[in-house]
Design a protein around this ligand. Sequence first.
Ligand code: FE2
Length: 304
Amino acid sequence: MQIRSLGYLGFESPHFKEWETFGPEIFGLGLGEPGADGTVRLRMDDRHQRISVHPGDEERLAYVGWELKDKAAFRAAVKELEDKGFSPRLGTPEETADRQVQGLARFQDPFDFVHEIFYGATFTSGSFLPGKPMTGKFVAGLDGVGHVVFVVPEITPELEEFATDVLGMELFGDWVATTADGRQTGPQFYRCNPRTHALGFVAVPGMRGVQHIAIESDHLDDVGRAYDLVQERELPITITLGRHMTDNLVSFYMRSPTGFDIEFGAGGTLLDESFVQANPSNSEAWGHKFIAKSWAPTVKPLAD
Ligand SMILES: [Fe+2]
């Protein structure tokens, strides 16, 4: 299959209601029509939802939605998943209505994260209203939400094959620190459109979970103002403002009400066919100092 973008993300959280103010006030995310169960839907563009936070007992990533070109690509992808032993389950009418797509299928990766492939997302042209005044606009559209980074206990050949041979993505970077016993620690980033990465893995032995998601504005001032606001409100910054050498994004990271981190940035490199894999000497050009002393609470010991 050929994934086109990270189309949507779904979380469950006892703190779902906080997203109604957190998303719009800090980042300018728009509010969509809430679900019947109170699910908070956040928008970045004319799509009806990009990030959904459902009520739930536990803070967790519920699903990652990967966009395919069309119905034919979706049918072929479902068949491919079946042939490769991933046992995809077609979305129920309730699920397709909830995600506001024409078709979806669910399956799990080698570390049991739930993925959905979909096609036919609902949009209303000219309907996006940011949650606060923005200088720029969100980088979204056909290039998707941004990226999601998972902590996995180990980057295995099976996981790499999942990204490249199942999801059909291309490796962007593989900045591997190898431990004494030969394990890869990553990070590994994969791309499926001009953005440098939509999916990332970091290996932490014995741990598993979602570490962060990233969203982007096309104007640096939106990031700077959000950074000011987060400090004024004394919200938990986990990594200070800085520029990644890997993709040029100027960003900061903060802990969300649901425990995972959100990276908000601007100026990320967009790639074309001339891309070749390269190896920066340092992941950071400047800044990006770690404040957090621990992984996001959504990253948990495997036994849990
Ligand atoms: Fe990131």
